[in-house]
Design a protein around this ligand. Structure first.
Ligand SMILES: C[S@@+](CC[C@H](N)C(=O)[O-])C[C@H]1O[C@@H](n2cnc3c(N)ncnc32)[C@H](O)[C@@H]1O
Length: 492
């Protein structure tokens, strides 16, 4: 595999050409239209190829990079003026018989405010072709990448670390709110791609080679984000660096958790996407608690999904292209046998947030929650950290109702009181909870003025109940409402 190396002036000219052709996420969507774009999301290129048949520079770039089709050289020359030969020399393109092919993907990507490009390996398995991935394959933007990008808190920070950067997608996001970004990886191809991604987007990112925290020994960060290679598989099979390490089982995640405290500044946050073992004869919560406890960090673990071992093996064997090939059933059997040997009962997948709060008794919340998520989750993580900083009796704080909370009431038409009241968060974690009239009253009156105890006391008086008894009864529920983000810390 040739080295991926471009002179900086070529990379800059490439960015100019991509921009001039409107080769952006929005530009590609507009060219293809929603249904061809959606088909592409299912790895089907035929509708998109029909939409990109026009011969414009944008159509040429879509055919070349997005659809992985050969394009006549004059069309590519028009889209990338003077760049075909240097890009071929740098390992991004291949030229043969008057046609040009992409050897890597240059993928438009963005958020509401930015148009970016990431450099990654070509998506395998387009148009139902067999999936072929080499051990050094560098993933593009996956569901997992987007999920971590939504989880990460986006407060302005000084130093941020993207551990296991791959194509550099997390580093792109971090560079928008961190003064300095360090991005690490063990795969030389990923390092080269992350450097190209950074330069293409005009960003200074300090890209370093090395495993886990080794490249940042002795350094601290305000924010660490990692989507590590967390697939748990038998150690004797092929290893794909984007999803597996040489650490056995889920030990890569344990090591990331264990090392976080030494690399976080005071108040610093480490956010991981991760997979963990459910022991056949024990509790996964206890196992994670035992990883977290020695760190002294605050932690919020949210398991999004529990996966049975059969589904887990099938998913990852399909991902590596084993499905439909000779040896598939033997590999499947080997995975199940190894899981049984290791005493693994199921796999969990979710999010870990660690925070160096410097508390004598750290706040640790480990929960399973598979409900809906809408938009960024980072704000919910910030609220969790603000709420954990509130000390003392939960009834003594003037909590504020979450700004995105809505209430639904249900009942017979014309009934004086609703039969059922539910409240629901609309953004981030869309938690829902059934409440009674006391809690509904507490939520409607919590505006940061009165403490929860004062509000509950006032409701008790209205209902002709004993205020102290009602407060004692409601203390645990108020704590739950805070922990689940229905009530948030007041900033006064
Ligand atoms: C799942 S990919 C994530 C890529 C990217 N950060 C994202 O969010 O899409 C995991 C990355 O970790 C890298 N990696 C593998 N082993 C590693 C290790 N021991 N230390 C650091 N990074 C590693 C892989 O090369 C790969 O780029």
């Amino acid at each position: 595999m040739s080295r991926l190396l471009l002179p900086t002036d070529v990379t800059d000219r490439l960015a100019d050409a991509l921009r001039a052709a409107s080769f952006t996420a929005g530009g590609v969507h507009a060219l293809l239209g929603p249904s061809a774009h959606a088909a592409l999301g299912r790895n089907e290129t035929t509708p998109a190829a029909r939409a990109a048949a026009g011969g414009s520079p944008l159509a040429a770039l879509v055919s070349l990079f997005t659809l992985q089709r050969p394009v006549a050289r004059p069309h590519v020359d028009a889209a990338l003026p003077g760049l075909v030969d240097p890009l071929a020399a740098g390992g991004l393109l291949a030229v043969s018989g008057g046609e040009v092919r992409a050897r890597v993907d240059v993928r438009p990507y963005g958020d509401e405010d930015h148009d970016w490009w990431v450099v990654c390996d070509l998506t395998p398995g387009l148009d139902a072709t067999p999936v072929e991935v080499g051990p050094e394959h560098v993933l593009g933007i996956s569901e997992a990448s987007s999920s971590l990008a939504r989880l990460v808190t986006r407060r302005p920070v000084g130093r941020a670390l993207d551990l296991g950067t791959g194509c550099g997608v997390q580093a792109l996001h971090l560079a928008q709110h961190a003064r300095e970004v360090v991005a690490t990886d063990v795969n030389p191809r990923a390092l080269a791609m992350a450097r190209l991604t950074a330069r293409l987007n005009g960003l200074e990112i300090d890209v370093r080679d090395g495993s886990l925290y080794e490249p940042v020994a002795g350094e601290r960060f305000d924010l660490i984000a990692s989507n590590p290679p967390f697939v748990v598989s038998p150690p004797d099979g092929d290893r794909l660096v984007y999803r597996e390490t040489d650490f056995v089982g889920d030990d890569v995640v344990r090591r990331l958790v264990a090392g976080a405290g030494d690399h976080l500044t005071d108040g610093g946050v480490c956010q991981l996407l991760a997979s963990w073992v459910h022991p056949a004869d024990g509790s996964w919560q206890d196992r994670l608690a035992a990883w977290i406890e020695p760190t002294g960090l605050d932690a919020w673990v949210l398991e999004r999904e529990e996966v049975d071992l059969e589904s887990y093996a099938e998913m990852w064997l399909a991902d590596s292209g084993h499905r439909g090939r000779p040896g598939y059933t033997a590999a499947y059997d080997r995975w199940l046998a190894w899981f049984a040997d290791q005493g693994i009962g199921a796999m969990g997948f979710g999010w870990i947030t660690l925070r160096r709060a410097g508390r004598t008794t750290p706040a640790v919340r480990i929960e399973a929650w598979d409900g809906q998520v809408a938009g960024p989750v980072g704000p919910a993580v910030l609220r969790w950290s603000e709420a954990t900083d509130v000390e003392g009796d939960v009834l003594d704080h003037p909590w504020v109702t979450a700004p995105d909370l809505v209430q639904h009431t249900w009942g017979a038409p014309g009934a004086e009181d609703p039969a059922v009241i539910t409240v629901r968060l609309q953004e981030g974690l869309r938690r829902e909870r059934r409440v009674d009239t006391v809690t509904a009253g507490l939520l409607s009156a919590s505006d940061g003025d009165l403490t929860a105890g004062q509000v509950v006391g006032a409701i008790a008086t209205l209902l002709d109940l004993d205020p102290e008894t009602l407060k004692a009864e409601r203390r645990a529920e108020v704590a739950d409402l805070v922990a689940e983000g229905f009530l948030v810390a007041s900033r006064r």
